[in-house]
Ligand binder design. Structure first.
Ligand SMILES: [Zn+2]
Length: 97
């Protein structure tokens, strides 16, 4: 089973940021209805220790979160690892003279 990532609010609070909410080990029971082992956000808010059922609705969520910590991590991890390796390799090169 795979993680399923959506943009949503962690709390029923209009002032809350939009986060990447991750349905861990999610299994789709029917369209838009999932069972997840745990539900949390990328920035570390545990929403439901689960297992739990989650029905997705159209909440008018933006395509990207507004939470800075979630946005930071929304970057593809593999790609970011490659970028940081490239930066390290560049730093390790001796300066041309
Ligand atoms: Zn967040």
């Amino acid at each position: 089973m795979a993680d399923h990532r959506i943009v949503a609010k962690a709390m029923n609070d209009l002032a809350d940021d939009w986060h990447w909410v991750v349905l861990r080990d999610a299994h789709e029971l029917e369209p838009r209805l999932f069972v997840a082992r745990t539900v949390d956000t990328v920035c570390g808010i545990l929403i439901d220790a689960g297992p739990t059922r989650v029905r997705l609705y159209d909440t008018g969520a933006p395509a990207e979160p507004t939470c800075p910590a979630c946005l930071e991590d929304g970057f593809d991890r593999g790609l970011r690892a490659q970028i940081s390796e490239a930066i390290e390799a560049a730093e390790a090169l001796p300066l041309a003279r």
